[in-house]
Design a protein around this ligand. Structure first.
Ligand code: ADP
Ligand code: MG
Length: 718
């Protein structure tokens, strides 16, 4: 788990003595388990310790608290529990039809019990004339109620009621079932375990004040009732408590990391807004900033004046204007005597950033440079020298920027564009380029739902730009079937006639690179048949090309030498060709929502009306239909991201990292949003008041976090 407390934190690792809780016992020590079943539980369910079993939660409960009168049974009942005397028990039928049939009678009526398997053994054990508690699924045979293969146990009249809890049913695998560990038998083990546990074994880990304010069940009670609830209400309460706990602990951990950085990291101070910033703002900024842009600038301005390192994620939908925000920050750095760099995932993007930066900065005394894999040797040497002597203010580039030869005199601000193409480790390399780490601004155009960001990026500071510059003409998105292909191609022709350009995108087929290539080639031939040379020229970019080939083809499109760009998804990120007004996505049903939205963001970047056409076959799954509908209904990346999360769940969403963090056992960031909000709010308040968890009221929490750290490691060793 990556979010275990890291270096700067005030918490020290747990000592082994703290691990001696009964819950850290190996699972095979539990009565009824032993080495063989122990191995199975480890392999099949990842249950290594008593604690793992305690956290193996039931997926449903059967109500056995109520005993029905046989006379009250209606066909609407599903599983029922009745009690009565067995008045007869006989074998019936021949050979394969042979079965054991018993009659159960209470004071209101009688019911038939039937067994087909193990009947000799059952017959020997059933005592005619005795009272039994019987549970099973009700069915009707020839109009009369019966239960096939019921669960039976002797019924003593003192025990007038059923069980005093709902019986849990646990997830099990086929392999476990075959070896005699089905969902109910696992329940028996859990019961054995629970009987061993005292309150001190499940100590509270949420401060009392929070428990009181939110009326949460104490931790021990919650574990009792999540497994064996007295009633549905108690089960609900247990669930709420444990879900809140999951969110709360995660938020506290992330908060500790964030607070730790704020308190213990050394950071460069940008103490003033100076000449360059003001001059640019007054004389060079070609438009009024949006409200969102101003807000984010303010957040960054505040962060960079405090003396700790900023590590901020900036999320802005495609076209929201992140570049200008980055530029203003870099000018702020320059005003304070620091250099900046801006890293993009591809050569083309780096070039585009460089071009727009130099255009914007025209006439300003700001030295800029571009460093990519294809920068010529002499130029490269010059750039490196200028970076090292400090005369270069802003260096734009690709991964080339993080190579060891690149040394800055005083690097103060690093921008990473389109975050999800870069790993966390690569980002960290930027930090090492100065004695005091530079402030880092990570920009991403893949909107992530707020709830997801809170858990996946909770250790970063986080800004959102949810506003597009005014005057944009919204992109029209339509869904067309394969059968309308020639109309779609005619539409492209009409747009090209007006001087515009078009993208045609083919999906990546995950299983095979060869198939991808063939698929794309077939598509390309097909497009070529509609758009013959020399009237039309087509660019193509695909994964098998090397970077230079890709760049060359891309450049031809950017410079309008070609009117059509045929491509796999490699152009997805960031490319800016304002003259392109049509985006056709082939086999659109094969793409995820976020990806479709990213691709669509390649058009609608100029002053002309743009279109996105989603082409699909006739057979569509319900999910695919929903995705296409959503795409046609909205251009709002955040709304789309929320929907994506709803459809796919958090595990698969692109742009999230360390997905282990999102594997909550009970809580769901989709269904339990309100609890997540609450947990975040309480965790933040707590850390604001007591960032080192030093107060007595937070001792339980602190102890728990320390012990957890030890136990997590412990259970993975065995
Ligand atoms: P992205 O957030 O997708 O990186 P860009 O920074 O490339 O977006 O900006 C998209 C376009 O919008 C650019 O042409 C940029 O000049 C323009 N732009 C940015 N901010 C504004 C604004 N406040 N008003 C008008 N146009 C803007
Ligand atoms: Mg951008």
């Amino acid at each position: 788990m990556q979010f275990l407390l890291s270096l700067h934190l005030p918490l020290k690792p747990a000592r082994i003595s703290q691990l001696s809780s009964i819950l850290s016992n190996p699972i095979e020590y539990l009565k009824g388990v032993g080495p063989l079943r122990g191995d199975l539980l480890k392999k099949e369910l990842n249950i290594f310790t008593f604690n793992d079993l305690l956290e193996h939660f039931p997926y449903r409960h059967i109500d056995k608290t109520e005993i029905k009168k046989i006379g009250d049974i209606t066909p609407a009942a599903d599983f029922i529990q009745v009690a009565g005397k067995i008045v007869s028990c006989e074998m019936m039928g021949e050979k394969r039809g042979k079965r054991l049939v018993a009659e159960l009678r209470d004071d209101t009526g009688s019911l038939e019990l039937t067994w087909f398997q193990g009947i000799n053994w059952i017959q020997k054990n059933i005592q005619v004339g005795q009272s039994y508690l019987v549970f099973g699924k009700l069915s009707y045979f020839m109009g009369s109620p019966q239960i096939t293969h019921p669960e039976t146990e002797l019924f003593t009249p003192e025990k007038k009621d059923g069980k005093n809890y709902f019986e849990p049913v646990y997830p099990a695998t086929e392999k476990l079932k075959v070896r005699g560990l089905n969902g109910r038998q696992i329940g028996k083990l859990v019961q054995t375990l629970i009987e061993l546990l005292h309150e001190k074994d499940i100590p509270e880990n949420i401060p009392d004040t929070i428990i009181k304010q939110l009326q949460l069940l104490p931790r021990y009670d919650a574990y009792m009732h999540i497994h064996f609830p007295a009633n549905t209400e108690m089960h609900e309460k247990a669930l709420t408590r444990l879900k809140f706990e999951e969110f709360f602990l995660a938020q506290v951990r992330l908060g500790l990391i964030r607070f730790g950085r704020h308190r213990y990291s050394k950071g460069i101070v940008f103490s003033r807004v100076g000449e360059l910033f003001h001059t640019f703002y007054k004389n060079h900024l070609p438009f009024e900033l949006t409200g969102a842009q101003k807000r984010v600038l303010k957040e960054i301005r505040q962060d960079t004046a405090k003396g700790f390192q900023m590590n901020r994620l900036l999320q802005g939908d495609v076209g929201s204007g992140k570049t200008i925000v980055a530029l203003l920050c870099m000018l702020l750095a320059a005003d304070n005597g620091y250099q900046s760099c801006m890293m993009a995932p591809t050569g083309i993007l780096a070039q585009q950033h460089y071009d727009s930066l130099t255009a914007l900065l025209k006439g300003m005394p700001v030295e800029t440079g571009l460093l990519t894999g294809s920068t010529k040797k002499a130029m490269r040497k010059e750039l490196l020298a200028k970076a090292a002597n400090g005369s270069l203010h802003i260096l734009t580039g690709t991964h080339a920027l993080i190579e060891d030869q690149v040394q800055f005199n005083k690097l103060g601000f690093a921008v990473v564009d389109e975050q999800h193409r870069f790993g966390v480790a690569q980002r960290a390399k930027l930090w090492e380029k100065g004695e005091v780490p530079p402030h880092v601004l990570v920009m991403t155009a893949t909107p992530i739902p707020r709830t997801l960001a809170m858990t996946a990026y909770g250790d970063l500071d986080y800004s959102i730009m949810d506003e597009l510059p005014p005057g944009r003409i919204p992109i029209t998105t339509v869904h067309r079937y394969e059968t309308a292909r020639s109309q779609v191609m005619d539409f492209i022709k009409a747009e090209i006639q007006k001087g515009r350009q078009a993208y045609i995108i083919f999906p990546l087929i995950e299983e095979s690179e060869k198939m991808n290539y063939e698929n794309l080639m077939k598509g390309y031939e097909n497009v070529k048949a509609y758009f013959p040379e020399p009237k039309y020229w087509i660019s193509m970019v695909h994964g098998k090309m090397n970077a230079d080939q890709k760049d060359a083809n891309m450049q031809r499109f950017i410079q309008k030498d070609t009117q059509i760009m045929v491509s796999t998804t490699v152009i997805e990120v960031g490319v800016n060709v304002p003259n392109a007004t049509v985006m056709v996505i082939e086999s659109a049903e094969k793409f995820g929502l976020s990806q479709l939205h990213q691709l669509r963001g390649r058009v609608g970047r100029g002053g002309e009306k743009s279109y996105c056409i989603l082409l699909t076959g006739n057979k569509l799954s319900a999910d695919a239909r929903e995705r296409l509908k959503m795409m046609c209904a909205t251009n709002d990346g955040f709304a789309i991201a929320e929907k994506d999360l709803e459809i796919r769940g958090p595990g698969d969403i692109e742009g999230t990292r360390q997905s282990g963090m999102l594997n909550f056992k009970l809580a769901s960031i989709v269904q339990d949003k309100h609890l997540l909000d609450l947990a975040k709010q309480y965790a933040e308040n707590l850390l604001n008041e007591d960032p080192e968890l030093g107060l007595a009221v937070n001792l339980k929490l602190k102890n728990y976090l320390q012990q957890q750290k030890g136990q997590t490691l412990w259970s993975k060793i065995s």
